[in-house]
Write a protein that binds this ligand. Structure first.
Ligand code: AMP
Length: 398
């Protein structure tokens, strides 16, 4: 596991001010937070800093105001919501730099918490501007990054502050990095990756990185159609990127060179309409009709993926195996997720998942709680799966 400093390394923080980058980009309706998962994720870090004696100034973005003051993108309503989740008063100041902010922090009670305004309202935040970074850094004594989900950006609040202040990983960041390391950094082998979803074109880098790292790569969903078509299977009217045949062959060659076995569907569920409960049938790969759409993997594929999972010690999953929003085309996703969750619950498998629709698909399967770790980080999770360096994580490395 790459080494970075954690909050206990900071020692006694009495009277110090911790600038803490959190992810408070929560869904809201009519001024109310509709899902407080991200607020809850920040609690441990904030409490451990307070317990060490620090005052906490929270930095976060909300939406994409692009440096303009837009009332709907103010973090003001989040202070009250986080206050409830934290069980302590959280004040708010409508700015994230300047002497008045410094005074507001100085006026906090010991171990007090203040939420600063949306960092993206400050011009320079998204450019990683050093002048802005110096102004924000002047507000605190140390920097803690607890927002893995924003770590794929080199913004002032997600990375540059780490160059100016002693920098630590928050507890949510630490848990995420730990889980990701177990999945791809230094995993127990064999490692299986399951990659599904709509298109190969959006996941080329991800597939190329995975074939060099994992022992088995199962491809499902619309992406599998592109692979099957490149192998000469007639996929009828299915979602398929026929122009990516050369890319598919490149990925297959890279997999062969690094000893990664690619698992494609052996049988499929086809329908003539893309809608829930459309009339459907399961068929072999040679039986797909010219007006059929492949919407899910078939029973034989589910069995073979479940068997592959039982040979694996680690699985990393991104993307559904079929059009999971439409019953019964959620079957392969649900059954394979159930199998992975059971193995993980029994301690036989490290099961890590994340990115895009994956969280929704596993929640739909009702098994998210049994996975070893589910990342809600979206873009950062995908870039990490692509093998890219994440500026926010790199900045924390010792
Ligand atoms: P992604 O965002 O790339 O992970 O893609 C997720 C989307 O892919 C979901 O909305 C699924 O309904 C869709 N999808 C998965 N398999 C298929 C398929 N065989 N045909 C059409 N859409 C699919």
């Amino acid at each position: 596991m790459p080494s970075f400093k954690r909050i206990p390394d900071a020692g006694n923080l009495t009277g110090k001010v911790a600038l803490v980058r959190v992810d408070f980009n929560v869904p809201m309706e009519n001024g109310l937070v509709t899902d407080d998962t991200r607020l809850r994720a920040a609690v441990d870090t904030v409490q451990s800093l307070r317990a060490a004696g620090a005052k906490v100034a929270l930095l976060a973005h909300f939406g994409r105001p692009k440096g303009e003051r837009i009332a709907e993108m103010s973090l003001a309503p989040i202070a009250g919501a986080f206050s409830k989740v934290l069980g302590a008063n959280v004040s708010f100041i409508a700015d994230c730099k300047g002497d008045h902010v410094k005074t507001a922090i100085a006026d906090l009670d010991p171990a007090g918490v203040i939420l600063l305004e949306n960092t993206r309202l400050c011009k320079g935040e998204e450019k990683g501007d050093m002048e802005l970074a110096k102004e924000i850094a002047a507000l605190g004594d140390l920097y803690v990054n607890d927002a893995f989900s924003a770590a794929h950006r080199r913004h002032v609040s997600t990375a540059v502050l780490a160059e100016l202040l002693p920098a630590y990983a928050g507890m949510t960041m630490e848990a995420e990095l730990d889980a990701l390391d177990k999945a791809l950094g230094a995993p127990e082998r064999p490692v299986m990756a399951i990659v599904g979803g709509a298109k190969v074109s959006s996941k080329i880098d991800l597939l190329k990185n995975l074939v060099s790292k994992v022992d088995m790569l199962a491809i499902g969903g619309g992406m599998a159609n592109t692979f099957l078509a490149a192998d000469g299977v007639n996929v009828g009217k299915s979602l398929c990127e026929h122009d990516l045949a050369a890319t598919v062959r490149e990925i297959q060659a890279a997999a062969k060179a690094s000893g990664c076995e690619i698992l494609l569907p052996k049988d499929v569920v086809v329908a003539k309409e893309f809608k829930a409960n459309a009339e459907n049938r399961t068929c072999g790969l040679g039986d797909i009709g010219a007006d059929d759409m492949v919407l899910d993997a078939g029973a034989a594929t589910i069995t073979s993926l479940t068997q592959a999972l039982s040979r694996a010690k680690t699985v990393i999953w991104n993307g559904p195996l079929g059009a999971f929003e439409l019953t019964p085309f959620d079957t392969a996703t649900v059954k394979v997720a159930e199998a992975a969750a059971k193995l993980a619950k029994d301690g036989a498998l490290v099961a890590v998942a994340g990115g895009g629709d994956t969280v929704a698909a596993l929640n739909h399967a009702g098994v998210a709680g049994d996975f070893t770790f589910i990342s809600t980080a979206g873009g950062a999770f995908l870039e990490w799966m692509e093998g890219k360096e994440l500026p926010g994580v790199e900045a924390l490395l010792q």
